[in-house]
Structure formats: C-alpha cells, structure tokens
Design a protein around this ligand. Sequence first.
Ligand SMILES: Nc1ncnc2c1ncn2[C@@H]1O[C@H](COP(=O)(O)OP(=O)(O)OP(=O)(O)O)[C@@H](O)[C@H]1O
Ligand SMILES: [Mg+2]
Length: 233
Amino acid sequence: MKPKIKTCISGLDEHMTGGIPQGHVVLISGMPGTMKSTVAYSILFNNAKKENKKGLYISLEQGRDSLLEHMAGLGMDHSEVDSLVNIVDMGYLRLNMDEEASDQQPWIEIFKMYAENLKANTDYEILVIDSLPVLEILSKMDDRREDLFYLFGWLRDLGATTFIVAEASDDTTIVFEEDFLADGIIRVKKERQGYDISRQIVIDKMRGTKHNTGYFTLLHDGKEFQLTRVIGE
Ligand SMILES: Nc1ncnc2c1ncn2[C@@H]1O[C@H](COP(=O)(O)OP(=O)(O)OP(=O)(O)O)[C@@H](O)[C@H]1O
Ligand SMILES: [Mg+2]
C-alpha cells in the first residue's frame, strides 16, 4: 500500500484508512466561505508541525498578509512553521509584474515555474493551490476538460501530494469536470440547523483507499478542526 499523507484533522484520517495516498491530487471543494482555504492551510501547518513535512501554498488571489492573519486568528501562527512551509503570493506578483513581461510569459507558465523551482530547491511533499477557478482564469483555458487533464497530469508528475481549493455547489447533482479528473474530493458544506449554520465535511471520493462516505460535522474550536458524526444520523 502507498504511504499516506494525513490531513491531521482529528477524526478525518481514521475515515480514510489513515490518510490520503501519497501523490494524489485532491480537491478541497465547497461554496464561498466554507473554510476551504483554512482546511488546506491546516493540512500544511499540521504536517509541518507534527510530521516535519515540507509544504508549499500557492495563493493566487488572497494576499499573504490576509491569509496569515486569518490563520493566526484560528490558532495557526505561521512563524511556527515558516522554515518548512513556503507561501507564494501570486496575487502580489500579478499586481506588481509589468504587463509586457506577463505578455511574454503566460501566467500558467510562471505558476508552473514557481512550483517546479521550489520543488527542486525545497523538495516540498505537500502542495496547496488556492484556487482552481482563479488558476483557470489566469490560464485562459480554451478546452477546459483537455487543459485540466494536462494540468492534473503535470501535478502528478511533480511528485508532491496536491490539494486544490475548488468550487462546489451544495447541490450534489452538479458535477464538474475536475471531479472526474481528481484522485480525491473532500467537500465542505454549510448546513442550516434552526438559526445556526454548521459546517459539514464529506469524502466524496478517494482513489486507492477505503473511506467512509458519510457526512460529519466539522467544528473549529479556535485552535483546530474536529469531526463529529452528524447529529441525528
Ligand atoms: N475565528 C473563527 N472561527 C470560526 N470560523 C471563522 C473564524 N474566523 C472566520 N471564520 C469563518 O471562516 C470563513 C473563511 O474561511 P476561509 O477563508 O478558509 O473560507 P474559504 O472557503 O476559503 O472562503 P473563500 O470562498 O472566500 O475563499 C469565514 O466565512 C468565517 O465563516
Ligand atoms: Mg479561500
């Protein structure tokens, strides 16, 4: 069996026989504000802290300061892991790069160059791309299915385990092309319970490993995520 990468979310790894098979390309999908970026960053943060694993977070839109401030507010102080986790703020690069240079080299090539160079220099084991919709806009994809197929292939060749923050609808009948191409999908959704909104997490798909397909409540206690079984089920 392939070695596993843990999500380090208490309760979640146990539901997929110990974690995600190394080398997988996994979507973390959900509607806006479902804590997708937080889940993705927490995987890097906790793998650095608890497993001594190196990671890379490529943020295509949310700025580094905004991202790290949000994570610090949720008990994850980046200074604890900054020797192991690199953050590439491509939003900043986009704003500060002159148009001529970006005309000469397409954004998707700049993105790949960063991922490849840092892989060669730091040999990160876990990569987060935040997010797929923004990467698509930058890549000016003509044939979405074909272009995503090559992108996912390139990611598998890169040799890290990759988490891609993606969009999803709460309507499970809506399926995107990337859902077929990915090796795994971890979906976060909001659920109304009376006046309250709770977050739920479900493993829609995880190739090469036995996994639970049920819905779990995803709680955050200000320091870390925890899973509990959905009440009433
Ligand atoms: N201290 C906190 N405790 C719990 N939840 C919080 C806290 N601070 C912010 N949040 C929630 O986190 C959400 C944002 O988290 P995050 O940025 O990870 O979500 P996202 O799904 O990536 O959002 P987007 O779609 O905007 O990229 C906010 O909408 C808010 O509901
Ligand atoms: Mg986000």
